[in-house]
Unconditional design. Structure first.
Length: 182
């Protein structure tokens, strides 16, 4: 697998999908432990999560605060999502900026989201199965986030938002989050 740089968002990597096709169908390598050759900090992945969501659902913007930050390797196992990340690393040139891209089963692409980013997505297809490989285990006391429709971020969601959890609706805006956690 080769990486594709995502501009100034240091550490954020998109892995293009590859299929090896023949008369039987196709094969694709979904993950390889030697991602070290791409110079991303995968650490040791210690937890895998799988979410099922319906069309129009928004999940996010989630992260874990220190010392339990998570790097995430995100892949869509069925369907398609609009994947959004927000850089919350104070010393980064892209601090408080967001970036979005489509991740889908059809393209077989994947995203590595480094520690220090909030992450969320909207389902574009009838449903989506999203797999996350995480570098740190879930720590409920460090499970935080920023409201998906925070005016300071002005994230552009590509479709009507049909459902959001109560937890995500009640997350703080960016300024309130930064005052409390960073």
């Amino acid at each position: 697998m080769t990486k594709e740089g995502l501009g100034p968002f240091d550490g954020l990597v998109e892995f293009p999908g590859r299929k090896f096709e023949d008369s039987r169908g196709w094969f694709s390598e979904l993950f390889r432990g030697s991602f070290a050759e791409t110079q991303i900090e995968t650490g040791q992945f210690v937890q895998d999560n799988l979410s099922y969501s319906k069309k129009g659902v928004v999940r996010g913007m989630h992260l874990q605060t220190p010392p339990h930050e998570q790097g995430k390797f995100v892949r869509c196992m069925a369907g398609a999502i609009w994947d959004v990340v927000v850089d919350l690393r104070p010393n980064s040139p892209t601090y408080k900026q967001w970036k979005a891209f489509e991740v889908s089963f059809e393209s077989l692409n994947a995203i590595y989201v480094p520690k220090g980013f909030a992450h969320g997505f909207q389902v574009l297809s009838e449903f989506a199965l999203v797999l996350y490989k995480c570098t740190s285990e879930y720590a409920p006391q460090h499970d935080k986030g920023i409201k998906y429709d925070c005016p300071e971020l002005a994230i552009t969601w590509p479709a009507p938002i049909l459902e959001v959890s109560e937890k995500d609706r009640n997350l703080p805006g960016l300024s309130d989050f930064l005052k409390e956690y960073l």
